[in-house]
Design a protein around this ligand. Structure first.
Ligand SMILES: [Zn+2]
Ligand SMILES: [Zn+2]
Length: 303
């Protein structure tokens, strides 16, 4: 005999489709990052730096809240989506010069905080004085995958200002207007690389964009750099936070961090990636290369 299910039971039994894209929450994205950095900073080898970046994230939230919601060109978005291209490409930064006043505001606000050491205040003054054409060139290098042309001292602040604008742009999108790309390892919103991936409480894994904080779905146990499914392994520091692991790939010998909410519900992609440098050292010594940089920490140029 067939049993008649009550309607709520029927509703539950229909599998929920996996959201392909999670756009950033403009009201909270940077505050959440700041709170996580505050939590990770005490007793950390990089305590001072994590605290500075927590202040950066808090200031980003203030600046974002003050920005009017951007008006997007729906015809242009549709054209990009039809060609399976990122709808708000980061390479268009010259068309979005609003990020430069955001950078000025970021420097002024951070420098005005009383507890700031003199060296950081000097650095902020230096960032504030970079002429616009040099800023454009620096951003070309930052977003164009040419870290050898990046000034690692000023880069985190430039990225922070760009993030504010690109989160505002991304948050104004309708997720349905964003097409999946043919390259799964690139942000479908802005075309930037992910900083890390995060397995959410529902068990689905998302890549987290280093620029616009959008997240897009990628199945688990797959290399986010070369798409390989064989030879994937997970490494973490014994007696450390086992919610933060490095997903290594034998095919391309590259790794990217993967954060597990089921182990630690407060993990945040940029903050936890930044605070787990010891894991980078360990995996680097084992012969794997990092897939992409953390937007708030740029390596010094070699040689
Ligand atoms: Zn993005
Ligand atoms: Zn790979």
């Amino acid at each position: 005999m067939q049993r008649v299910l009550p309607s709520d039971e029927i509703a539950r039994s229909v599998a929920q489709p996996i959201p392909r894209l999670r756009l950033p929450d403009r009201a909270a994205v940077f505050d959440r990052r700041a709170a996580r950095l505050d939590r990770l900073a005490p007793d950390h080898a990089l305590s001072g730096y994590l605290q500075l970046m927590a202040d950066v994230a808090r200031t980003q939230q203030v600046l974002l809240s003050a920005l009017p919601p951007p008006v997007l060109d729906s015809a242009e978005l549709a054209r990009a989506a039809a060609h399976r291209m990122p709808v708000l490409p980061a390479g268009d930064h010259r068309r979005h010069r609003e990020w430069q006043p955001i950078l000025a505001g970021l420097c002024e606000r951070l420098a005005a905080q009383e507890h700031r050491p003199g060296t950081v205040a000097d650095l902020l003054r230096r960032v504030h004085q970079i002429p616009a054409p040099v800023l454009d060139e620096q951003v070309d290098a930052l977003l164009g995958g040419r870290p050898e042309h990046v000034d690692p001292a000023t880069a985190p602040f430039l990225m922070a200002a760009l993030q504010v604008l690109w989160v505002a742009l991304a948050a104004a999108l309708d997720p349905a207007a964003v097409a999946p790309l043919d390259v799964p390892g690139v942000c479908p919103v802005c075309g930037s690389l992910p900083v890390a991936s995060i397995v959410r409480g529902d068990g689905h894994r998302y890549l987290h964009c280093a620029l616009c904080a959008s997240e897009w779905h990628l199945v688990r146990a797959k290399c986010s750099h070369c798409d390989a499914v064989d030879g994937i392994a997970y490494r973490f520091i014994e007696h450390g936070n086992d919610g933060v692991r490095a997903e290594t790939c034998e095919q391309c010998r590259v790794y990217r961090k993967i954060l597990l909410q089921e182990k630690d519900q407060h993990v945040e992609a940029v903050a936890d990636d930044l605070a787990s440098l010891a894991l980078d050292v360990l995996v680097g010594e084992a012969g794997y290369h990092r897939a992409s940089v953390n937007p708030l920490l740029w390596p010094a140029a070699e040689g």
